[in-house]
Design a protein. Structure first.
Length: 311
């Protein structure tokens, strides 16, 4: 059928052709129209990289035992399209919105990826949840929360105006966990190995099976850590306008350097803290427990410090 859009008698035919063209375009792989359900799938490298981005809504990613990436959900009204592309070992899922979009409804993406994939997620006003992914993860969001599992490879989480929750999966593998928040709380439980964190206007609560290397920084927020010191562990915590509480499980053998410019120091083993200056605030605590192979350094500018041993 031919369509002549300049001929009035054939205007209805032209309109029909235009609609047909839209339907065909909407059916092309890698695209989806706003308000329409999403159901897409492609073969993927079992150890490839998957990138996901979304503006407004949620992103839920689950690892599975298939060498495929599957995306389901529904595009929110006001979005332009969903890009679903694959190039070599990279699969990309991206929600595209118009340049000057002010009213964009939530798009909820449900993504299944090969379990050993490397995962990268970037969202704005969208919460992120990751389950069962064993590859490295890099998760970033603005005005959204992040919940994920640490499977042994490196995990990096960054949020602005959002909380972070990282749970270890009990595999015993020790990757690097790195968490950065601004105006958001951070919690990590059952993780192992090296854990680094930096939070501004938020609290940091960390539960570590065994501490090997940890460097934690907090501004206007409290820090709490519970874990077991490895023999040659290095633990370094600094806080500005926040309290620090460290509970050590099992051996506390190590060298301790603890100081607070304006705060109390409470220690349930070893000596008591002393004043650093007769005429100015400030207390410090320096001692060695056992063979002193581990190193523990804790410092606050304006906050109390507690160091205790738990059975």
């Amino acid at each position: 059928m031919t369509c002549d859009v300049h001929s009035r008698p054939h205007r209805s035919i032209a309109t029909g052709c235009a609609l047909a063209g839209l339907l065909v375009a909407g059916a092309l792989p890698g695209s989806a129209w706003a308000g329409s359900p999403i159901n897409k799938r492609t073969a993927a490298d079992p150890q490839g990289t998957v990138e996901v981005s979304n503006v407004a809504g949620t992103v839920t990613v689950t690892g599975w035992d298939r060498n495929e990436v599957e995306v389901t959900g529904e595009l929110g009204d006001g979005t332009e399209k969903l890009e679903f592309t694959k190039s070599n070992k990279l699969t990309r899922v991206r929600v595209v919105v118009p340049n000057r979009a002010y009213n964009v409804d939530d798009t909820d993406l449900i993504v299944r990826i090969p379990v050993a994939s490397v995962l990268s997620i970037n969202t704005v006003s969208a919460d992120v949840t990751v389950n069962g992914v064993l590859g490295a993860q890099r998760l970033q969001t603005v005005s959204g929360d992040v919940r994920t599992e640490a499977g042994g490879e490196d995990v990096e989480c960054r949020t602005v105006s959002g909380d972070v929750l990282v749970n270890g999966n009990g595999s015993g593998r020790k990757g690097l966990v790195s968490i950065t928040t601004v105006s958001g709380d951070a919690t990590a439980t059952k993780v192992a190995g090296e854990v680094n964190g930096n939070t501004v206007s938020g609290t940091f609560v960390l539960g570590v099976g065994e501490i090997t290397r940890s460097r934690l920084r907090s501004t206007s927020g409290d820090v709490g850590l519970t874990g077991q010191l490895a023999r040659d562990a290095r633990l370094d915590i600094e806080s500005i306008s926040g309290d620090v509480r460290v509970d050590l499980v099992g051996s506390t053998a190590g060298q301790y350097e603890v100081s607070s410019f304006n705060g109390e120091i409470r220690n349930c083993f070893g000596p008591k803290s002393v004043r650093t200056n007769e005429y100015a605030p400030g207390r410090e605590l320096r001692f060695q427990d056992g063979d002193g192979s581990a190193r523990v350094r804790i410092k606050t500018l304006n906050g109390d410090i507690g160091v205790c041993r738990k059975k």
